[in-house]
Design a protein around this ligand. Sequence first.
Ligand code: CP
Length: 294
Amino acid sequence: MKHLISIRDLTKEDATRIIQSALDFKNGKRSFEGILKNKTIISIFFENSTRTRTSFEMAAKRMGAEVINIDYNQSSLKKGETDYDTIINLSAMHPDAFVIRHYESGYPKFLTEFTSIPIINAGDGTNEHPSQALLDAATMYETKGTLENLKICIIGDIVNSRVAKSHMWMAKLFNWELSFYGPKTMLPKSDWLEGVKIEKNLTKAMEDKDFIMLLRIQLERKSGQNIPSLKEYNRFFGLKKSNLPDAYIMHPGPVNRNVELDSWVMDNYTKSLITKQVENGVFARMAIFEFCLL
Ligand code: CP
């Protein structure tokens, strides 16, 4: 029984096993039916989600588990019970795993000190989003046939991105040449850049890359204050029909249409993997459940 808190905690063998299982489940090489029979998973999201929450639930149900979703508005959180007390009380009911998204960086890790029930981090603040990084890596492997030595640039609101941080650790496992690009106000200070290069302009950022990953301007984290306007952001950092690179395009979603990328690119570009990422999210989360619970 294991937690999944950070990509940093995984060995290359762990990550490879999860990614391979995800694709084996997808391609029918292995059956996932009944793997989680008699397991109960509690899903609790302290921050909004469409893709992550739904795909974890769908993955668990397809594997035969019972899933209990805690709805903030229907729970005693609404009466003032703390997040900590909520988790400790739910732990006393002995579920087999928690899937937790929290707005505070480090909150899932903090909880591991108080419960031995596996905690799967579904995104914590601006810290990490390990299941997203694993589904992205599965999509890259499916597309290129390898994860070794890939050239990848992540463009956008890097400083607030838990996806960028999880990929920074993934890059170390698979020897990626990883770079970041975005407005200076959205780039991190060099003290947490572990071997990641900062690109100087958009043309260079997109040159000779296998994958370009675009990130959402996180308006809920007040990222809009770091740029003159969304229109200006699109003008200087957005991907359009006129500046498309010869690379596969990825985005974890949700997308701000016509900000990070134009609607045309999202809907028509044949090298856009955005929908495939979402499809693979269900299989990657099945493989995560298998890794953590069995
Ligand atoms: N990519 C992602 O985490 O999307 P949601 O916020 O919809 O789960």
